[in-house]
Ligand binder design. Structure first.
Ligand code: ADP
Ligand code: ZN
Ligand code: ZN
Length: 759
C-alpha cells in the first residue's frame, strides 16, 4: 500500500495559502503524493496549485489528516516541498488560530509574523541600494489602504517595508515582483526613498563591556532569581517584577536567563526598541556571546533571515529583540522576559494588531514557559491583574548600592508667568543647568511632544478644559474653533477666558524640540547640546551615535522627546529636567495620567546613577496633579491606588474592555453613514442576544480625535463591555460577524479588539 508518513494512512495535508484575502482564509486540503510522504511535516512550506488556473502558490502545512473535505477525484496534490525543515515549529502552530481569533487577522497574516520576509523572497545576495519608508505607523497603513485599489505592487512594497525597513532594492523587487516603475512612483510620491549604501555594515558596533565582573547580588535580586528559578523548574508561572529605576532589574533578567539555559531551555527577551536601549542589549551580548541573537531593525533582509535561521536551527538560546521577536521559533522555550512591559511599543500598529505581551502569555501557556514582565511603572492593568492573582508580584524597592532615588523638585510654571518669565526654562531649571555646565557634568532634558497643541489649558491657574460626561480633556479643533470630546462626541465653544480663574491666558499648548533647542542655545551659548527626536534619528544608527556621543561626554545636554526616557544608564548625568510635564496629562485618553506618571518616573530614574548623585526638576502648570505629585515621590503604589479608583468610577479599563472599529474614507458623508449604520447594526445584534446585552456598557460612533489623515476621514465605533471572559468571547464572535458584513464595503475598516490608542 502507500508508504505513508505516519502509520494510519496520513495522506492529506491541511494548507494555508500565502495569499492575504479574507475569502481564502481557511485550511485547504491537498493530497500528499507518494514521493513526498516521507518528507511532508507540519510547519513546512510547500508549493501547491491553486484556483481554476492551477497557478503555483506558496502555502504552509498546518496539519496532517487521514481524511479530506474534498472528494478524492477533485483533490489536488502538493507540488513540492520548499525547505528541508518545517519553518514553523510545531509548538507554534496553535498560535496561528489563536491570533486569528484574538486579533481578527487572517491566518496567513499570523504566519507572516512568524517567518522572516527574506524566507519568502528566497533571498541570497545583498545589494547596494536600500529602500526606506519615509514615514511610519498609521501613516503607512493609510497609504497602503489608499493605494490598495490602484496598485497591488505599490501596496506590496509598502507592506514589505512596513515589516522591515531598509531593504535592498533588488530584494524588494524579488519579494514583491514589483517593476522598477512602481517603486519609482512611490519614491516620486515621497513615501519611500532609495539610498545608495556602501557594503552593508552592522550598525550594532558597540564595544562589548569587557570589564564585567560577576556582581554580588543584592538581597532583593537574589530572592527574585530564586523565585524565578523555582518557576523555571516547574515550567510555569507569570511574574510582574516591579523594581524602582536602578534597582538592578537587568541583572535579574540576565541571571534568570542563565538559570533557564542551565535547564536546557531557551529565552526570549523583549525590549521596547533595540536602538533606544543599547546598554541593556550590550549586557546580554557580553553575557551570552554567540548564544544570543539580537534582532534589530538595522538588519537587512538577508541578515535578518540569517539570524532567524540560526534561531530556527536552535543554534542560539537567547533572543533579544523588539516586539516581533516574540515570534522567535524556539522549540525549548523556557522563559520570556519583557523589559519595560508597560510600553506601548509592544502593541503592533499594523495588521495583525497583536500585543507582544498577549502573545507572550499565550506562548508560555502553550509551551510551558515562564513569563516575566519587568517595569518600574507597571501598566495599571497589569498591576491590577497581579493584585487579582493573575501575576505573582516580585518587588525590588531599593536601588543597587543603596543609592537614593533622586530628589524631585516641582516647579510651578504659572508662577514663572507671574514673574514675567516667558522662557521655556524656569529660574530653577536655568540655575540648575548653569551649575551642571560649570561643574562639567551632564543633563538630560525631556520635552514630551505627545499631545502637542491638543489640549487647552490656562497658563495662569492650570485649569484644563474637560468633558462634563467623561472627565477626559477636550481636543481643540482649529478649523471651527471648538472643543470636542472624542469619547462621547460632546462639543463645546472655545472659552475666551479661563472658566477656572477668569484670566485670558487660556490657550492650546505646545512647543517643539527644535524651538526648545534654539532657546536653550541662546541662554547657554557655550553648552554643547545634542537633540534626539524623530527628525534627528531618521537615519540608520542615529540613535546609537547620539547616545554614544553623549555617553562619551562629547555633549553636555541631551535634549529629546520621550525616546530618551527609557533604560539609559549614564553615571555622569546629575540633572534631569522635564520641560513641560503637562503635555501628556491631557491627551483625550483615559490613560493620560498613567502615561504622564510613567514618563516622569522613568525619566527621573535617569538621574543620580553615579557617585555624584543627582536631582530632577519638573516644570508644570499643574503642580498639584496627582500624577506629578506621586511621580515626584517615586510612589508607584500611591499613584496606582488613586488612579484605579478613577478607573473604577468611570468604568475605564481594567473595569471595562474597549473594542475599537476604526473606519476611514475620503468621502466624509459615506463614512459617517457607514459608522452610524454599523453602530445601529451592532445595537440591534446586541439587543437580540442576552449575553451581548449583559456584557454591554455602551456603544457609539464618533469622529476619531485625529479626524483626517492624508485626506481620509476617520470615524470609529467604540464598544465598551464588561471585562469578563464570557463577554469577551461573545464580542469576539460579534466582531467576526461585523467584519464579514463589512467585507464588501470600500471604506477601510480595522477591528482592534485591544486598542491602546483611541486617537
Ligand atoms: P534597572 O534596570 O532596574 O533600572 P539596572 O539593571 O540598569 O537597573 O542597574 C543599575 C546599575 O546598577 C547598572 O549600572 C548595573 O550594572 C548596576 N548593578 C546591577 N546589579 C548590581 C549589583 N548586584 N551590584 C553592583 N551593581 C549592580
Ligand atoms: Zn485659569
Ligand atoms: Zn465626553
Amino acid at each position: 500500500m502507500r508508504g505513508s508518513l505516519v502509520e494510519g494512512g496520513v495522506v492529506y495535508a491541511g494548507v494555508i495559502i500565502d495569499q492575504a484575502h479574507p475569502s481564502l482564509d481557511r485550511v485547504f486540503h491537498y493530497i500528499i503524493p507518494p514521493e513526498l510522504r516521507e518528507r511532508v511535516q507540519v510547519g513546512m512550506r510547500v508549493q501547491v496549485p491553486f484556483g481554476t488556473s492551477n497557478r503555483m502558490v506558496e502555502g504552509y502545512v498546518v496539519r496532517l489528516d487521514t481524511a479530506a473535505d474534498v472528494p478524492d477525484d477533485k483533490i489536488k496534490a502538493i507540488d513540492s516541498v520548499l525547505d528541508d525543515y518545517p519553518v514553523l515549529p510545531q509548538s507554534m502552530i496553535p498560535l496561528i488560530g489563536w491570533m486569528k481569533e484574538e486579533y481578527h487577522c487572517l491566518s496567513i497574516e499570523a504566519i507572516r509574523c512568524m517567518i522572516p520576509p527574506g524566507l519568502r523572497a528566497n533571498v541570497k545576495k545583498k545589494a547596494q541600494k536600500l529602500v526606506f519608508l519615509n514615514d511610519y505607523g498609521d501613516v503607512v497603513e493609510e497609504r497602503i489602504d489608499h493605494i490598495a485599489r490602484k496598485s497591488k505592487y505599490m501596496t506590496d512594497v509598502l507592506r514589505l517595508l512596513a515589516q522591515q525597513d531598509g531593504i535592498p532594492l533588488e530584494e524588494v523587487r524579488a519579494v514583491t515582483g514589483a517593476p522598477l516603475s512602481s517603486i519609482k512612483s512611490l519614491e516620486k510620491r515621497g513615501w519611500i526613498r532609495i539610498e545608495q549604501q556602501e557594503v552593508y555594515r552592522n550598525p550594532w558596533d558597540y564595544e562589548p563591556d569587557t570589564g564585567v565582573q560577576p556582581k554580588a547580588l543584592t538581597d532583593e535580586q537574589r530572592s527574585a532569581i530564586e523565585t524565578l528559578e523555582a518557576a523555571l523548574i516547574r515550567g510555569c508561572g507569570k511574574f510582574l517584577l516591579q523594581g524602582v529605576t536602578g534597582s538592578g532589574k537587568t541583572e535579574v533578567y540576565i541571571q534568570a536567563a542563565q538559570k533557564a539555559l542551565a535547564l536546557n531551555k531557551q529565552v526570549i527577551v523583549l525590549v521596547p526598541e533595540i536602538s533606544l536601549t543599547p546598554q541593556t542589549v550590550e549586557r546580554f551580548k557580553s553575557h551570552f556571546g554567540q548564544r544570543v541573537a539580537i534582532l534589530h531593525s538595522g538588519l537587512s533582509l538577508g541578515e535578518r533571515y540569517d539570524e532567524w535561521r540560526r534561531i530556527r536551527n536552535q543554534q542560539v538560546d537567547v533572543v533579544v529583540g523588539a516586539r516581533s521577536a516574540i515570534f522567535a521559533p524556539f522549540e525549548r522555550l523556557g522563559l520570556i522576559i519583557v523589559d519595560e512591559a508597560h510600553e506601548d511599543s509592544y502593541k503592533s500598529d499594523m495588521q495583525p494588531r497583536y500585543h507582544a505581551v498577549g502573545v507572550a502569555r499565550k506562548r508560555c501557556e502553550l509551551e510551558g514557559a515562564v513569563l516575566l514582565l519587568g517595569s518600574a511603572t507597571p501598566s495599571l492593568t497589569d498591576y491590577y491583574l497581579a493584585e487579582k492573582g493573575m501575576y505573582k508580584t516580585i518587588k525590588m524597592k531599593h536601588r543597587v548600592d543603596h543609592r537614593p532615588l533622586p530628589p524631585v523638585e516641582i516647579v510651578d510654571m504659572r508662577k514663572e508667568i507671574e514673574l514675567g518669565n516667558r522662557s521655556i526654562l524656569s529660574g530653577a531649571l536655568y540655575r540648575a543647568l548653569a551649575d551642571v555646565l560649570q561643574k562639567g557634568e551632564q543633563a538630560i532634558l525631556l520635552l514630551n511632544r505627545r499631545g502637542y497643541a491638543q489640549f487647552v489649558s490656562c497658563r495662569s491657574c492650570g485649569f484644563v478644559v474637560k468633558c462634563h460626561n467623561c472627565d477626559i480633556s477636550l481636543t481643540y479643533h482649529a478649523y471651527d474653533k471648538t472643543l470636542k470630546c472624542h469619547y462621547c462626541g460632546a462639543s463645546y465653544p472655545y472659552p475666551n477666558v479661563c472658566p477656572g480663574c477668569g484670566s485670558k491666558y487660556i490657550k492650546h499648548f505646545g512647543i517643539g524640540t527644535q524651538r526648545a533647542e534654539e532657546e536653550i542655545k541662546k541662554l547657554f551659548p557655550q553648552a554643547r547640546i545634542i537633540r534626539m527626536d524623530m527628525d534627528t534619528t531618521s537615519t540608520k544608527g542615529a540613535h546609537q551615535r547620539i547616545l554614544r556621543a553623549f555617553g562619551e561626554g562629547k555633549y553636555d545636554i541631551l535634549l529629546g522627546t520621550q525616546m530618551i526616557a527609557k533604560g539609559l544608564d549614564f553615571p555622569r548625568v546629575t540633572l534631569v529636567g522635564v520641560i513641560a510635564a503637562d503635555t501628556s496629562l491631557h491627551l483625550p485618553d483615559y490613560r493620560s495620567s498613567e502615561k504622564a506618571f510613567q514618563l516622569i518616573t522613568q525619566v527621573a530614574g535617569r538621574a543620580g546613577r553615579g557617585p555624584r548623585g543627582g536631582r530632577v526638576i519638573i516644570q508644570t502648570y499643574q503642580p498639584q496633579h496627582y500624577a506629578i505629585q506621586f511621580a515626584a515621590r517615586h510612589d508607584y503604589v500611591g499613584f496606582y491606588s488613586r488612579e484605579i479608583e478613577i478607573r473604577r468610577q468611570f468604568l475605564y479599563p481594567p473595569f471595562s474592555h474597549i473594542i475599537r472599529i476604526l473606519m476611514m474614507d475620503e468621502k466624509e458623508e459615506d463614512l459617517i453613514r457607514l459608522a452610524i449604520d454599523t453602530r445601529d447594526w451592532l445595537k440591534q445584534r446586541i439587543d437580540g442576544s442576552p449575553v451581548l446585552k449583559q456584557g454591554l456598557i455602551d456603544v457609539g460612533a464618533y469622529s476619531a480625535p485625529l479626524e483626517r489623515i492624508n485626506n481620509r476621514y476617520r470615524w470609529q465605533v467604540l464598544i465598551r463591555i464588561r471585562p469578563d471572559d464570557i463577554y469577551k468571547q461573545a464580542y469576539h464572535r460579534l466582531m467576526d460577524e461585523c467584519l464579514e458584513r463589512l467585507m464588501g464595503v470600500k471604506e477601510t475598516t480595522i477591528v482592534d479588539f485591544y486598542p491602546l490608542s483611541l486617537l
